[in-house]
Design a protein around this ligand. Structure first.
Ligand code: GLV
Length: 309
């Protein structure tokens, strides 16, 4: 019984070392290491090459190495009967929240704008917004969304969230389902997307949705590039309906050099780094599930295959 790590971002050895540091006897292999595919029971994956999981005939579990699992569902050749798990981690949620808070505060105080003015030696104070006057709307009130919502409330923002089912988060107005989306959007000044990427949420950040936001709304997408219709965002930024957008995730990563986002003055880009799984914090839950597989116990952090998250 062994674990294989399948990822293509140069971090395989880092994860292998972290797992071995926690349990030096753990049979763990990188996808490119010499190993017997028949002995592999758990695959720890992050954007694995499609089809690679089909090599493992005795696999018992597909474990996402991050919070998202969209890339697993996109692999049509995966063994579809297997349970899928994901990472649920306090650092992952806290890091995401800190990233979004930093973006929102920078936006309220026009920090990006002043950096450009500084380069151009322009001295021109703008009117700024106060936290108490700003309503932030979070699309997706799951684990990450709820931590962000609580932090925003603590900071003094007005906060509301939209999700498929109604959620109860103190001081956060909860909107649920397609019927309540328009009301949610109409009162949102800063829109944060933290939805899981599924068939139902793909392309949700589109022209029709943007047009329901008040003029001057600001978009933050820290979920997946697949949520956003890029050309619709560009159109609404250029028309002046949206004041700007902060994007951490893209359809193609790294984003291709020709993409208009790179040079767009109203787009603030970061390289999918808002929240990255921390080895020390995450290794125990991977080992926990590995032990549970060994003992035939039910797994933690299971993904619902019907919901897709
Ligand atoms: C990051 O994007 C994750 O899904 O953990």
């Amino acid at each position: 019984m062994a674990i294989v790590i399948i990822r293509q971002d140069g971090k395989t050895d880092m994860w292998k070392e972290a797992l071995l540091a926690a349990d030096p006897n753990l049979p763990v292999f990188g996808y490119h290491d010499d190993h017997d595919p028949k002995g592999i029971k758990m695959a720890l994956v992050w954007k694995h090459p499609k089809g690679s999981l089909a090599n493992y005939s005795n696999l018992m579990c597909i474990a996402s190495n991050g919070a998202g699992v969209d890339f697993i569902f996109e692999d049509e050749d995966r063994p579809k009967h297997l349970p899928i798990t994901r990472i649920v981690d306090t650092y992952l949620a806290a890091d995401m929240s800190e990233h979004v808070l930093a973006l929102i505060l920078a936006n309220l105080k026009h920090l990006e704008h002043y950096k450009v003015d500084q380069f151009n030696k322009i001295w021109k104070p703008l009117q700024y917004l106060r936290i108490a006057d700003v309503r932030v709307g979070i699309l997706g009130l799951g684990t990450l969304g709820q931590v962000l919502a609580n932090d925003l409330v603590r900071f003094g923002f007005q906060v509301q969230g939209w999700s498929s089912s109604r959620k109860s988060v103190e001081k956060v107005k909860s909107f649920a389902g397609p019927d309540e989306l328009s009301d949610f959007l109409a009162s949102t000044k800063i829109l944060v997307c933290l939805l899981p990427l599924t068939d139902r949420t793909s392309d949700i950040l589109n022209k029709e949705l943007f047009e329901q936001l008040p003029k001057g709304a600001y978009i933050i997408n820290v979920a997946r590039g697949g949520h956003l219709v890029d050309k619709d965002l560009l159109e609404l930024l250029d028309s002046g309906h949206l004041s700007g957008a902060a994007l951490d995730v893209f359809h193609q990563e790294p984003l291709n050099q020709e993409h208009p986002f790179w040079e767009h003055p109203k787009v603030h880009m970061t390289p999918h780094y808002a929240s990255v799984s921390d080895t020390d914090s995450v290794v125990p839950q991977i080992l926990e599930n590995y032990r549970r597989l060994e003992n035939g116990d039910s797994l933690i952090n299971l993904v619902s295959k019907t919901k897709g998250y």
